[in-house]
Write a protein that binds this ligand. Structure first.
Ligand code: BEZ
Length: 173
């Protein structure tokens, strides 16, 4: 089976995989709209991590990983997100750079229904929150920069991420 990663999975997949391919899914936009009180923030001072929001005309590029497993439950355990309420699983068609469907993949999306969801905010405010947050997994800024570098490495341009990196740079000079 395949899992499509659009966030930390791109640079830090925490499972064994037998293949990895760059591709995109349709109808979603990557946004720093999910709160994190257990990885990149703490309760009372949540960091921000990416989730996907429905957006009819947009696509999200990421990395699809092929796993040598069949049971969805195994994958949930592997991903260690069972306890993180609010992640919903979708099966989405993954397209290659020629715009052709290659396979369907499981995608984990933190929906607005989950208690940690923060939603939209101006780029400057999101950058400020990222700069002032850290948690057990490290600085929230490191998460943003790791994602930025991993996307750049794969030749993926994401205007939302670029805007946040720029805003964070402006606030640190
Ligand atoms: C992702 O990178 O796709 C991802 C990471 C953590 C939880 C869900 C999805």
């Amino acid at each position: 089976m395949w899992i499509f990663g659009y966030g930390s999975l791109i640079w830090k997949p925490n499972f064994e995989f037998v293949d990895a391919q760059t591709g995109f899914i349709r109808g979603y936009a990557r946004r720093f709209w999910q709160g994190s009180t257990d990885h990149r923030g703490v309760p009372g001072n949540p960091g921000r991590v990416v989730t996907l929001v429905r957006s009819h005309d947009e696509v999200t590029w990421g990395t699809a990983f092929r796993l040598d497993v069949r049971e969805d439950d195994d994958v949930l355990d592997l991903l260690d997100i069972r306890e993180q309420g609010g992640y919903e699983r979708f099966y989405e068609a993954v397209y290659n750079d020629a715009g052709l469907v290659t396979f369907k993949a499981l995608v984990y999306v933190a929906t607005p229904a989950n208690p940690e969801y923060l939603g939209p905010a101006p780029a400057q405010a999101i950058a400020r929150q990222i700069l002032s947050s850290r948690g057990p997994s490290g600085d929230n800024l490191e998460y943003l920069l790791n994602l930025h570098k991993a996307l750049q490495h794969q030749g993926i341009k994401d205007n939302h991420i670029l805007e946040l990196v720029e805003a964070a740079e402006q606030q640190t000079v």
